[in-house]
Design a protein around this ligand. Structure first.
Ligand code: 7TS
Length: 425
């Protein structure tokens, strides 16, 4: 086990930045939060920023009529610049604030997909996508006559690129792909896929919901076309997310939501659109949340996203080692070097929901279910899995508690079910 000297930063001091982590749950069990892939916890600096906005300068943005409005607008536009720097975007106007990854992907599927896809065009997806990067494309395909094609997965849960030449043709107009699977943890080769997509004239839309909070992302170095991610998984608040797209794409797309702020001129029968990003930010945008997301990104940047990635990888290696020692546990997805710090488990004879219930009694919070990836679970022959997902505020001793809790859950369940192997509910 590494000493604190081997670790890229002082985890205990980082933990003190997250007020929620220091608490005891039922039966005085300390909280072990292993559900960051669903939503991350928020550092004090983010909570303080939300309060500061509400207490000091809350006022609607882009109205330019009084001092509070000016301050809030400055804060919002500053947050946009923070996002721009964080993902290496060329232009601040390429940063669209949305309500989250789901909204961002819907904006692309509607605004670009429904406008540009034609009957017979192909959208290349794969079975590990979250429903948010699948269902909007199903709807766009239905509306336009385009078809969805699937890149198969290897047995260990990676994209099988051996058939890519047959799948990726001049009929392909878009590759929709996650940079990191929320179930398998698989990290996909986005740069290579972007290059292959562009070689046949297709665009690439990247779901960064899981990758952006845990590793550095540079949209220009990756040479991608669209990127979507959520604030609440990036240590920021709920209700805020980002769509990044190259400026010329944002200019050519149709707006998705219509109303105030996104227009240039409105006539009785028609309207013209504001320039991006306003064109995609109809109505009052979640400006307080956007400003707090800026604070979250500054926090992450100060810690260092590469140090975060390194620490999380070390922790993930340790968690894989420990879990692989537990009899009857199968970890889904590829080996640890090909994945982020997500461990989805199947345990012989123990249903994922029962496992998460029993772990919860020990204060260990994990998630059970299909995690919005029904096609993936179908492919794996499962209806659900149990998922522990890690962040830089987790520790090795929390992994040890997870293992202890799994051991005792297995015992409880064996007693209850009379040790019937394979017994599921
Ligand atoms: N894409 C991926 C890869 C995700 O993991 C999620 C959320 C989304 C898109 C949607 O993000 P939202 O913020 O718009 O909801 N994933 C999960 C999860 O794995 N457990 O809860 C939410």
């Amino acid at each position: 086990m590494a000493t604190s000297g081997d670790l890229p930063f002082d985890v205990e001091s980082v933990r003190r930045d997250f007020p929620i982590l220091d608490q005891r749950l039922l039966n005085d069990k300390p909280l072990v939060y292993l559900d960051t892939a669903a939503t991350s916890q928020k550092p004090r600096i983010v909570i303080d920023k939300l309060v500061e906005c509400c207490e000091k300068y809350n006022s609607n943005v882009h109205r330019g009529i009084h001092q509070l409005g000016d301050r809030m607008t400055t804060e919002l536009e500053n947050a946009r610049e923070i996002v721009q720097r964080f993902i290496g975007a060329k232009d601040v106007d390429e940063i669209v604030f949305t309500s989250g990854t789901t909204m961002s992907l819907n904006i692309v599927a509607h605004g670009w997909g429904r406008k540009f896809l034609k009957p017979g065009d192909e959208i290349l997806v794969n079975p590990m996508e979250h429903h948010a990067n699948l269902v909007p494309w199903q709807l766009a395909a239905k509306a336009t006559g385009a078809v969805l094609k699937y890149i198969p997965l290897t047995n260990d849960g990676r994209l099988d690129l051996s058939h890519l030449d047959e799948l990726l043709t001049t009929r392909t107009k878009l590759v929709a792909v996650t940079a990191m699977s929320n179930v398998l943890g698989t990290i996909n080769p986005i740069g290579e896929l972007a290059q292959r997509a562009h070689a046949v004239g297709a665009l690439i839309c990247v779901d960064g919901a899981q990758s952006v909070p845990h590793s550095s992302t540079n949209v220009r170095a990756l040479n991608i076309d669209f990127l979507a991610f959520s604030g609440h998984k990036l240590y920021g608040p709920t209700g805020i997310g980002v769509l990044w797209a190259r400026k010329e794409l944002l200019e050519s797309m149709d707006p998705f939501l219509a109303g105030g702020h996104m227009i240039r001129e409105v006539f009785e029968q028609s309207s013209t659109w504001a320039d991006p990003p306003a064109k995609f930010e109809a109505g009052t945008c979640p400006f307080i949340e956007a400003v707090a997301l800026g604070a979250a990104i500054e926090y992450v940047t100060k810690l260092g996203i590469d140090r975060i990635a390194k620490y999380e990888h070390q922790l993930s290696v340790y968690a894989h080692q420990r879990l692989n020692e537990v009899p009857g546990v199968r970890i889904l997805g590829p080996s640890v070097e090909h994945k982020g710090a997500i461990l989805s488990l199947v345990i012989d004879g123990l249903h994922a929901h029962d496992l998460s219930d029993l772990l919860d009694r020990e204060g260990v919070a994990i998630r059970a279910g299909h995690h919005c990836t029904m096609p993936l679970h179908e492919l794996l022959g499962l209806t659900s899995s149990a998922r522990a997902s890690l962040a830089f505020y987790n520790t090795r001793s929390e992994i040890d508690k997870l293992i202890e809790a799994i051991d005792s859950a297995k015992k409880v369940f064996q007693r209850r079910s009379g040790s019937r192997p394979g017994a599921t509910r």
